[in-house]
Write a protein that binds this ligand. Structure first.
Ligand code: IYR
Length: 253
């Protein structure tokens, strides 16, 4: 499956930590070679039920909108915990589960996050992004002032673990960590939506290291996504966007 190797993973393999143990070192797999395989828990449903469910699920997901204006109405922590558990069910390379979810509700920390992001985003919008990018973004009415970062009751910061360490100190490789965390983020935003809340999929440019330091995350972790979560503000507006129709996204052979 070499086509799916991301450049950072190829770089990992080029180094001498490609899974080839040093001569002296004993290779300790993360799971025992003789790991038990158990019967799949699978309940078959009727075709009619399957058609009904697939359509209902589509209609539910089709109601999800990215929201940029939040109310500060509180959200019980239990809902957030369930949402994170749902994200944590995502498939991952060699079941490495290469994700850490930092949930921020402290106003003090939200203010510090907002300060870091607004400072960088002002430079992004004015210098780094350039004319084409900022023109493409105009219809979405975004800018570097990000009230949602202090207004939303929760900020969920998803960190991708590029690697980790086994209990014996050996480096554990996290295969396809990019794809694994992206899959988890998809489940995360679907879980937020199903729980009756809204989110904003934000990827603050150039803020990763400063936010990692602020949140005291280790060097093996990289910020992938910052997701404000809560209820929408009263009279919240969203851009009048349309989704591509099936014939534009599906090729059948
Ligand atoms: N990160 C910036 C800019 C931005 C970029 C894209 I592509 C978007 O879809 C939305 C925003 C910001 O958060 O404002």
């Amino acid at each position: 499956n070499e086509d799916l190797q991301t450049p950072d993973q190829i770089a990992d393999i080029d180094k001498d930590d490609s899974g080839e143990a040093d001569d002296e070192e004993e290779l300790v797999p993360a799971y025992p070679e003789n790991l038990e395989h158990i019967p799949l828990n699978f309940q078959k449903i009727t075709i009619e039920e399957s058609i009904k469910r697939s359509n209902e699920f589509y209609e539910l997901l089709n109601k999800r909108r990215t929201v940029r204006h939040f109310s500060n109405d509180p959200v019980p922590r239990e809902i957030i915990a369930n949402i994170i558990k749902a994200a944590g069910t995502a498939p991952s390379g060699a079941h490495t589960e290469p994700w850490t979810y930092v949930v921020v509700s402290s106003m003090g920390i939200k203010e510090k996050i907002r300060e870091i992001i607004e400072q960088e985003e002002e430079i992004n919008y004015k210098k780094r992004m350039g004319k084409v990018w900022t023109t493409d973004l105009k219809p979405f009415r975004t800018n570097w002032i990000k009230e949602y970062l202090t207004e939303a009751p929760y900020l969920i910061l998803v960190f991708k673990q590029m690697y980790s360490f086994k209990s014996n100190g050996q480096k554990k490789l996290h295969y396809y960590n990019e794809q694994s965390v992206s899959l988890a983020c998809g489940l995360l935003i679907a879980a937020v939506h199903y729980a009756g809340l809204v989110s904003l999929t934000s990827t603050p440019l150039n803020c990763g290291p400063a936010l990692r330091t602020l949140l005291e995350r280790p060097m093996n972790e990289k910020l992938t996504l910052l997701l404000p979560v809560g209820y929408p503000a009263n009279n919240c507006l969203v851009p009048d966007l349309k989704r591509k129709s099936l014939d534009k996204i599906l090729i059948e052979m």
